[in-house]
Design a protein around this ligand. Structure first.
Ligand code: AMP
Length: 497
């Protein structure tokens, strides 16, 4: 038995058991995606997919088992590397690029191939929306070198992986006309519809935009001119759950049909207004897949072939309808996740711990954090965490210096989980954490605002994460200083003890 690590719920990466046959089961779900898509979008066998796929670092458990994210296992498998020719599943990215553990070299090569084969590209995607936007940002930063390579037919010396160099030597031919086109498109200030300008035959974006990824929809629409966004499947490291039988539907209408052969699925009824108090003596009332009711909310519980028994994934789903006798579910949200930019998931207790660790640096300035809230800022790429702080500075003649407040940002990042730090360090999918110090009294104004909108004074709690525009405006109008993390936090593939 192997062990696979997951980028799952808040906290450190979890290790979960994994068995070889599980990859076949997951392959079965993948094999259904294109036949479903083919019912809605014709001629997908007439070209290729520019799909950004990556492997991540692997590690070993103390007992010597390999631990790695599930997709890394999937791409490293012979079955993927030597896959049979399937005209519906041709990628512009060569295996050598997908399997390169250096994220820069992998992305560079995948982008280069996508540019070279730009007329063949019929769909553009990544697993999650954040990954595709990261690729667009990468193009913004690297188009000059990429078009230089295309113009001269040579590969940038930054690409040192021998297998990539060998494979690109066969693909790369001087094409000054294409290089000129890329320079013309990318040097313009205006990047609106850049996806359809560079890849004019793209029929849809292959990215998940449900759940936490919904925050990226406006940016994706901007870069793609509103191309359909196909959320094809729903799964996790622990188990794959199901697929979307109407993949071209609007993101707000997306429902996933759970496939009963992926695992055993049960459901705990969920009601935000009266949460269940569960204990050993009062186990949750479990509902079977066949017995869920349309309109009702449930928390997903799985029993997997790999050995998880009645495991609570942490996802809240709502039944939208039935496909024949199979219920379809809308992904509502993940329980207890406050902030998420990419595959990171930070919960309230982690954020609290981060604030506490950062506050230690303020002690010598006789300063404390009295209130805080947070915001996942995805307006720029990569997105980053913003933390609003209200401070009490007891010694006004000696306030904390800029340098110390910058260090507080880093101290917070050091406290966050390894998925976050990996995003910052290895994947560059998360930008430096930002602290915005607000004027004294701001959080009281926030409470006044909530009360004016009907909140009860007795029960008012400071929201630990905000996204509602009027609240953001209020907070931003009270900012007195802004600080960013001056360095990357520590991260290694090994787990913290
Ligand atoms: P991980 O184990 O890190 O791959 O994360 C799995 C989690 O990602 C799931 O439990 C969901 O919370 C979320 N997720 C996966 N697929 C989707 C989807 N199609 N829509 C919304 N959220 C998803």
């Amino acid at each position: 038995m192997k062990t696979s690590s997951s980028g799952t719920s808040a906290g450190e990466r979890k290790l979960m058991p994994f068995i070889h046959e599980e990859l076949d089961r997951r392959q079965l779900l993948y094999s259904l995606l294109m036949p479903v898509m083919n019912q809605y979008v014709p001629d997908l066998d007439k070209g290729k997919a520019l799909h950004f796929l990556f492997v991540k670092a692997e590690t070993k458990t103390p007992g010597g088992l390999v631990a790695r994210p599930v997709l890394t296992s999937y791409y490293k498998r012979e079955h993927f590397k030597n896959r049979l020719f399937d005209p519906y599943n041709l990628y512009t990215s060569p295996n050598e690029a997908i399997l390169c553990p250096d994220s820069f070299q992998s992305m560079y090569t995948q982008m280069l191939c996508g540019l070279i084969m730009r007329h063949q590209v019929l769909r553009v995607g990544a697993v999650f929306a954040s990954g595709l936007l990261r690729a667009i940002h990468f193009l913004q930063l690297n188009w000059q070198q990429l078009s230089h390579d295309i113009s001269t037919g040579t590969l940038s010396p930054k690409i040192t992986d021998p297998s990539i160099r060998e494979c690109m030597a066969k693909l790369l031919k001087p094409d000054p006309e294409l290089a000129e086109f890329i320079t013309m498109e990318c040097s313009s200030e205006d990047w609106e519809r850049i996806i359809t300008r560079i890849w004019p035959n793209t029929k849809y974006l292959d990215v998940i935009v449900t759940g936490a990824m919904a925050q990226y929809i406006p940016t994706l629409d901007y870069y793609s001119g509103g191309l359909p966004k196909a959320c094809t499947m729903y799964g996790s490291s622990e188990c794959y759950f199901g697929l979307n039988l109407r993949p071209i539907s609007d993101p707000s209408d997306v429902s996933y049909t759970i496939m009963p052969n992926m695992g055993y699925f049960e459901f705990i009824p969920h009601d935000d207004s009266s949460p269940l108090t569960l204990s050993r003596d009062s186990p949750p009332p479990l509902v079977d897949l066949a017995d869920v009711k349309v309109g009702k909310y449930y928390e997903l519980v799985i029993t997997t072939y790999c050995g998880l028994n009645r495991y609570r994934v942490g996802d809240i789903l709502q039944v939208t309808r039935f496909h024949n006798t199979a219920p379809e579910f809308r992904f509502v949200r993940r329980k207890n996740v406050l902030l998420s930019i990419d595959s990171d998931k930070t919960d309230e207790s982690e954020l609290q711990r981060g604030i506490e660790n950062a506050s230690v640096l303020l002690k010598e300035f006789n300063t404390t954090v009295v209130e805080y809230t947070s915001y996942a800022d995805t307006k720029s790429i990569p997105g980053h965490y913003v933390i609003y702080w209200e401070l009490i500075i007891k010694n006004a003649s000696r306030p904390p210096t800029n340098e110390v407040l910058n260090q507080c940002c880093l101290a917070m990042e050091e406290s966050l989980n390894s998925v976050y730090r990996q995003g910052r360090v290895a994947d560059n999918s998360i930008g430096p954490l930002e602290i915005r110090v607000v004027k004294n009294g701001t959080f009281e104004e926030l409470m006044d605002y909530a009360i004016s909108r009907g909140a009860s004074i007795n029960q008012y709690k400071v929201p630990r994460c905000v996204s509602f525009t009027p609240i953001m405006k209020l907070l931003d109008s009270r900012v007195v200083s802004v600080h960013f993390s001056p360095a990357a936090p520590h991260w290694t593939p090994e787990r913290r003890r």
